[in-house]
Design a protein around this ligand. Sequence first.
Ligand code: SF4
Length: 318
Amino acid sequence: MKVSGIRVELTDACNLRCKHCLRKQARPAQYIPIAVIRTLIAQARPFGITEVGLTGGEPTQHPQFKEIVNTFSRAGYAITLFTNGADFGRAYKIISGARNNLREVRLSLDGAQAETHDKNRGKGSYAQVIEAAKICRSAGLAFSLNTVISQLNKSELAALARLAGELGSRAIFFSHLQLTGRPLSHSLALSPQERLRAERAVRNLQKQSSAGKIYLCAGAYAQNPVLLCPVPLGSFYADCKGNIAFCAMLSSLDLPLNGSQLISNLRETTLAAARRKLLQRYALFAHDRMRDFFSRRLKLADHFPCDWCLKYFKKTNA
Ligand code: SF4
């Protein structure tokens, strides 16, 4: 499988304190050095990679955000910026300078109304993200929305899809919550049965929608658990410490990055060597998944691939 993209966690710092966040709030905050970005770009060249996703934390909080955007832009990357939209006026000035290489801005929206979104992300955050969407629309920047389905918004999925269309969003992406410490402590997680119902609702919306596209992200119920998740093979994930990890979902979760998810560090090894190690790790991952399947030890929750991974990689206490 060809590696088509890189996802880079620019920082673990964030300007919001969302209840559903799967990231650990690190102190002190870490910011990926620009030298590591340059190494990454140089070493990614033989792979023919053309896409990068800038994530966090909140990526726009990196003090060298402008330089990072321009570095990827000069290297010819199509950039997707994943942002909460809370400080978008400043970020917009930076990304609009690289608009020829900006694929899209992906804004996090967790409710079709202010009350729902703000309950998760803090007072005033809904108004900020809607304003960010309007800025993108009026400037002609492609944008889409990302919604994490939780107890707070499970009854607003249709309204969210409608709102996406009204705002002029290219698409809305629905994903499941990761069952890590913070979301569990706020009782935001859906049971496996509730997640199945939410997925049915999203699939019905997909059939009806005449506006933008509606997607269910990786982690949705897999009837046949033998079908393995392609995410780790299709892209590299680098965290803000320069670690190459098995999957973005497993990186800076509440529990530390442990040996089995940590592939290597860009300061110590090359991306080519990291790829070889990742392929070996993936073969073991596939073997262990099959072993669980054929020994019939999978429960309903294990059909949600990320749930299985969280347990397998010891990233959850659920
Ligand atoms: S946590 Fe596992 S199933 Fe989920 S996206 Fe990552 S590799 Fe795929």
